[in-house]
Design a protein around this ligand. Structure first.
Ligand SMILES: NC(=O)C1=CN([C@@H]2O[C@H](COP(=O)(O)OP(=O)(O)OC[C@H]3O[C@@H](n4cnc5c(N)ncnc54)[C@H](O)[C@@H]3O)[C@@H](O)[C@H]2O)C=CC1
Ligand SMILES: O=C(CO)COP(=O)(O)O
Length: 320
């Protein structure tokens, strides 16, 4: 299967390197300058420093070069995906489009596969998600991910096509569960970074991860997602990684908030918009989501961490 990747950030580049070890990959960047530099230097120093592109990877800034790809991976941030699909709509065709982003669209409350289905009705919508850092994938370190597509035949074909010797994909038809796991773990990673940054301790982080996971299950139930999907790589797996590693940008944002430091607004941090999207969505009103609402308030600067912690701890005692 010929693979095309739209979006040459850290993740798109890492996937190109991993899949390029198996066959030809076309890696599209919206920046002509970046594509030219990748072609000349055989690296993407701006987004994924130190990782060499195999000869099988062809960088391009011409979207038409993706035309012969049998499957297209969409590796741009969640809030940018709809605009990218609209811009290149005529060239997307009836082929599998695999979202490689983690989040909930602010304007609609949709996850990545919902956005694809609406923006490109003829496409086969799928999502690749789960615990993985781009730099580790690029180095060929063992990584397991969840691949979700509603169609059982397509998900098997994609699983075979996108698994490599070091990238092990597990399949599911529960697209809602897979995308919620990836989106919501980022919200919890911000919360965990904040408590660690503020010096509130590892026990507080464990409490947030556990009670955050309970919120993830409630949101999943409201969307008809399967709880076992949330117990998998995209959910429990990614929650564990992102809430405990300083390599996570969402966790880093939380750390900065907890320490009272500023944070570079150009860094891709999907959890902030996801927290806002969940907090604002009518579909989740009436569901008990104190941590998600707290993160939405925190990233928007509406409340301080001490006041949020005081509110969380003052709630009435309840059954687990
Ligand atoms: N970096 C990582 O370790 C991982 C990232 N992800 C997910 O991958 C997604 C992308 O993140 P990164 O690659 O890390 O971010 P990044 O910040 O490194 O790169 C984002 C890329 O998207 C491109 N982009 C933005 N808008 C675009 C548009 N309209 N059309 C085309 N390209 C556009 C930018 O030019 C940039 O190259 C996020 O949803 C993230 O959660 C998932 C797993 C691991
Ligand atoms: O999704 C990731 C790990 O699975 C990467 O995390 P960040 O987006 O927080 O860096």
């Amino acid at each position: 299967m010929r693979v095309g990747i739209a979006g040459a950030g850290a993740f798109g580049t890492a996937l190109a390197i991993a899949l390029g070890r198996k066959g030809p990959v076309t890696l599209w960047s919206r920046s002509a300058d970046q594509a030219a530099r990748m072609a000349a230097e055989r690296r993407n120093e701006a987004r994924l420093p130190g990782a060499d592109l195999p000869e099988t990877v062809t960088p391009t800034a011409n979207f038409a070069d993706l035309a012969n790809a049998d499957v297209l991976l969409l590796a741009m941030p969640m809030q940018q995906m709809r605009a990218a699909l609209a811009e290149h709509h005529a060239q997307l065709g009836n082929r599998p489009l695999v979202a490689c982003c983690k989040g909930i669209e602010l304007a609609t409350g949709f996850g990545p596969t919902g956005v694809i289905a609406e923006a490109v009705p003829g496409a086969i919508a799928a999502i690749l998600t789960g615990p993985s850092f781009a730099g580790e994938i690029a180095r060929g370190l063992p990584t397991a991910l969840t691949l979700a597509c509603a169609d059982p035949d397509h998900v098997q074909a994609l699983q075979r096509a996108l698994s490599t010797e070091t990238l092990r994909l597990y399949r599911t038809t529960d697209t809602a569960g897979a995308e919620l796991g990836g989106a919501l773990k980022n919200v919890m990673a911000i919360a965990c970074g904040a408590v660690i940054g503020a010096g509130l301790g590892n026990s507080a982080r464990a409490a947030l991860m556990t009670r955050g996971y309970a919120e993830m299950l409630r949101i999943a139930a409201a969307r008809g997602a399967r709880p076992e999907t949330l117990a998998g790589l995209s959910g429990f797996g990614d929650l564990t990684l992102s809430c405990t590693s300083e390599m996570s940008r969402n966790y880093q944002l939380g750390l900065a908030i907890g320490r009272g430091e500023t944070f570079d607004a150009t860094v891709t941090v999907e959890g902030a918009a996801t927290a806002r999207a969940i907090a604002a969505a009518p579909a989740y009103r009436g569901i008990d989501l104190p941590i998600t609402h707290a993160v939405a308030s925190l990233v928007d600067g509406r409340e301080t961490l001490p006041s949020i912690m005081a509110q969380l701890l003052a709630r009435s005692l309840k059954e687990e």
